[in-house]
Design a binder for this molecule. Sequence first.
Ligand code: FES
Length: 328
Amino acid sequence: MKHRVFVLETGCAFEAGRDETLLEAATRQGVQLPHECTLGGCGACRIRLAEGSVSYDEMPLALSEEEAQAGFALACQARACGDLAISVPTAALPQAQRRSGVVRVLRQFTPDVLNLQLELESEPLEYLPGQYMNVLLPEGGHRSFSMASRPQGNRVDFHVRQVPGGRFTDGALRSLRAGDRLDVEIPLGGFRYHAQDYRPLLMVATGTGLAPLKSMLEALMDDADCPPVSLYWGMRTEADLYLADEIRGWGERLYEFNFVPVLSRADAGWTGRRGHVQDAVEQDLPDLSDLSEHAVYLCGSPAMIADAKRRFLARGASAAHIYADGFS
Ligand code: FES
């Protein structure tokens, strides 16, 4: 038996059976829904159920019980239990395009994080801070990287974690030189800044999850409407904290900026915070009061995001104001 799924923003509809996820059903019928991992780990396919209910074979990592109770669902894992009306918050995002780019900067931030800057051909690029691009690999497939700067003409800037044995990051990337060309698909993804919230921002990143948050914060610099910002950044060692000095300087251009680096494998000489980044946020909650007034942005490992969501929701954060972008 098929159920009818109506998309509120676009007015289009598709049919979904119990033997397929909402994302599979939509894709089969040519309806675009935002998605990234398709595994329930990143949260990019989050939709809101205006009518009807869904079920899961297993509760996905990127959706907490509280979010599910508040009417949110992950389209890549959810199956329709009846007719649905869904809200897809990314309906107004810029359209992705295939573009060619020339490598302008290749700079090691640390031994395993590379700063890659591309200059794209043809007209200036429009994207929303927080979005990402796919690098299209000549042998097929792609690798995804978030833009790390605010939109600025045709230049795009990325923080690339080099994974030992990674097909792109430990393969083609190592032989890449300034002047080489890359084919990309850009911009993609629904992770972005929600200005209409106008709430204090709690931003939590692990590793190169810093990049999309940096892009958002650069766009907020010198903006009189910028809310107070707390940025927690989890890394292993002090040497991994690329750009830490630059980030400390952001306080001069952001209205009320609090930066807290947190190290999981700090040397004895480190005088800052230690442990998991989400632990540090919870320890500071007496200072942050509760989280009911905050907009929360999480970016980095799916495990951090799942744990942070669970804890922050228990401390009063609103499921409607938590935004997450998970990647391994
Ligand atoms: Fe559904 Fe990642 S695409 S959680």
